[in-house]
Design a protein around this ligand. Structure first.
Ligand code: FE2
Length: 205
């Protein structure tokens, strides 16, 4: 006999973690070139469905067959975000974590060399970011976490003319003025208690 279903309030959260996303694209070759040549993704598979949809699977992590899948079928015109053209009409941003401010300077250079549009270096206090559009206008973010939490949302331009140390010290001083300021580790420990952990199965490599 099956046990009765738990009422929703008594259920634990489903056992899931975020893995990947798909982008509907117009020019799949152009998008593949950008995500491989500029961002360093590997094509793990490609093909076409009976309906005529072409797909390119991209990953930078062998634990995920694909982190981004490009799939044809995007209509030729989409409206702008009603607040700011930096952000998308549906996907606000797709964000990539980087290791250091030097990495941010490096991707900034690569995006400029590739002719990316809407390049905007931003400072969130909790993170340093570069926003830029991919070839079909999807807003990407490249970011490095700082060592501090401050109340969000917060966004001012990031001044790349400062040294790494200058950016770090300016940001710490700015974060310390926020009512919610605390070391990021303290914030993480607290918020972790509100989150249901993902029960990862052992990795069979
Ligand atoms: Fe973000």
């Amino acid at each position: 006999m099956m046990s009765p279903a738990h009422p929703p309030a008594a259920r634990s959260a489903p056992n899931l973690m975020f893995s990947h996303m798909g982008l509907s694209v117009i020019d799949i070759d152009r998008m593949e070139r950008f995500y491989t040549d500029v961002l360093g993704f590997t094509v793990t598979d490609r093909g076409e469905l009976d309906m005529g949809m072409k797909l390119v699977f991209l990953s930078r992590d062998p634990l995920d067959h694909h982190q981004i899948v490009l799939a044809t079928g995007r209509p030729p015109a989409l409206p702008d975000n009603v607040h700011a053209t930096q952000f998308g009409p549906s996907i606000n941003q797709i964000s990539f974590k980087m290791g250091s401010i030097a990495d941010l300077r490096d991707i900034h250079q690569r995006l400029q060399e590739d002719g990316a549009n809407h390049i905007f270096p931003g400072n969130h206090g909790i993170a340093w970011s570069i926003y830029a559009h991919d070839p079909e206008g999807n807003n990407l973010e490249f970011f490095v976490d700082s060592d501090w939490y401050m109340d969000q949302p917060f966004l001012i331009p990031l001044d790349f003319s400062l040294s790494d140390e200058g950016i770090y010290e300016q940001t710490r001083a700015m974060c310390e003025k926020s009512p919610g300021f605390e070391p990021y580790g303290v914030w993480r420990d607290r918020v972790a208690k509100r989150m249901t952990p993902f029960m990862a199965a052992p990795f069979k490599g």
